[in-house]
Design a protein around this ligand. Sequence first.
Ligand SMILES: CC(C)(COP(=O)(O)OP(=O)(O)OC[C@H]1O[C@@H](n2cnc3c(N)ncnc32)[C@H](O)[C@@H]1OP(=O)(O)O)[C@@H](O)C(=O)NCCC(=O)NCCS
Length: 195
Amino acid sequence: MLLDKKYTMKSNKVVIDILKRNNLPFINRIINKPEVSKYFNFVPPLTLEKTIEWFKEVKKKREEKRGECFVALMDKKVVGWCYGFVNAEIKERFLSILKPHIEKIKDNECGYLAAIVVDPEYKGRGIGSKLLSELHTYLKKIGAKCIWLGVNSDNIFAKKIYEKFGYRLIGYVPNFKRREDGRMINQEIYIKFFD
Ligand SMILES: CC(C)(COP(=O)(O)OP(=O)(O)OC[C@H]1O[C@@H](n2cnc3c(N)ncnc32)[C@H](O)[C@@H]1OP(=O)(O)O)[C@@H](O)C(=O)NCCC(=O)NCCS
């Protein structure tokens, strides 16, 4: 049966908002999908309790005007999110790659993309791009001069979106993670400077 045009249009409308407590069950369901969790560094399943702890961290950063998590909603249902903040603690193996690029940047001007996720059912519709633009706008507003991230070298889709937004590959940590088939993959470090 063909969907009524009005319904199709309504259900395709994406609304961007900030993360709220009632979004957490959706987030938890999506993050535990194998095609999503494989690109993150936790052992699934991630419990709802852990997601609630993470929400507290987001709220703290929001209150301190140091970070924000944006959600993409379709018919009030979360289909994606993007979380970033300034002044992230940088592990030594990343710092050695980043240092030459951020030497002149103060800690609270250095943005970090902690997560960007779109429900696999809604991939490739521009939702990730909308979320990332929103986060860039927020970070610039709070004074960030750049944003960096780490991505698994086999995460082709994520690398496409970063390249589209002008992020530049500056180095990698070799043999960062082992895939189920035994393959070792690198962690690539990307950075973007805001104009
Ligand atoms: C990475 C991710 C957030 C992208 O979200 P998305 O909503 O699919 O992204 P968009 O639709 O905005 O597409 C962004 C770009 O990716 C590329 N892309 C998207 N779909 C594509 C497809 N089917 N084939 C090839 N390239 C594609 C395009 O370059 C696209 O930009 P364009 O359409 O303007 O040319 C999503 O794939 C995801 O959640 N992946 C799993 C979690 C993850 O890996 N997160 C990042 C961890 S570092």
